[in-house]
Write a protein that binds this ligand. Structure first.
Ligand SMILES: CC(C)(COP(=O)(O)OP(=O)(O)OC[C@H]1O[C@@H](n2cnc3c(N)ncnc32)[C@H](O)[C@@H]1OP(=O)(O)O)[C@@H](O)C(=O)NCCC(=O)NCCS
Length: 175
């Protein structure tokens, strides 16, 4: 298991965020606009800072616990405080993939959502072709619920999305 931790996303992480915008999988599988407008990382941080203030979103940088280097992002959005549910997302820098960083990130995000937000239901929306992300979801005890067909997610692009969820009442959440 990689030795990584989450810290609130801030200005100091933006170079690491922008460096991921060239990656084919990031452009294909996330809601980040393609092509990425210049300086978009700043606009995007502002959006999450606004969400942090009104309680609807949160963004974390995933950093190496030893040297603090940037490894990726852990995201929470659509936070519904009254309904006690939200969606989570994760992106790992290409150079840090394949050694469990996303799995660890989703574990930490899930723990945070249950403990800090008192969530009852957490959703992941994953493109049907994103095999690595589906493995991450399964690794952390999320369950496949169904597929949304031809969902419009950005700039005229539609895709089929699998919805995975974990509930606070699931056995793996109670152990
Ligand atoms: C998906 C992503 C987050 C995975 O990050 P990661 O740190 O490499 O993930 P992990 O190392 O924790 O686990 C990856 C799992 O997928 C598997 N995997 C990797 N590439 C795969 C592929 N092409 N097909 C099938 N499985 C694959 C690995 O073997 C591993 O499975 P295991 O734990 O059962 O051995 C990363 O590829 C990424 O940032 N992609 C672009 C953004 C994205 O897709 N985000 C998710 C949106 S829902």
């Amino acid at each position: 298991m990689p030795d990584s931790r989450l810290e609130l996303l801030g200005e100091r992480h933006l170079a690491g965020v922008a460096a991921m915008f060239d990656d084919e999988d990031v452009l294909r599988y996330t809601r980040i606009p393609n092509p990425v407008p210049p300086g978009w990382e700043r606009e995007w941080l502002r959006l999450y800072e606004e969400g942090r203030r009104d309680g609807t979103r949160e963004a974390f940088a995933v950093v190496d616990a030893q040297d603090g280097s940037f490894l990726g992002l852990g995201l929470a959005f659509g936070i519904d405080r009254e309904g006690r549910q939200l969606e989570l997302g994760y992106v790992v820098a290409p150079g840090a993939r394949g050694r469990g960083v996303a799995t660890r990130t989703l574990e930490l995000l899930t723990e945070w959502a249950f403990l800090e937000l008192d969530a009852l239901r957490i959703e992941l929306w994953i493109s049907t072709g994103n095999e690595a992300s589906k493995r991450v979801a399964a690794n952390v005890g999320y369950r496949y619920e169904g597929t949304l067909r031809s969902f419009h997610f950005k700039q005229g692009i539609r895709d089929d999305f699998e919805v995975w969820s974990r509930l606070s009442s699931d056995p793996e959440s109670l152990s």
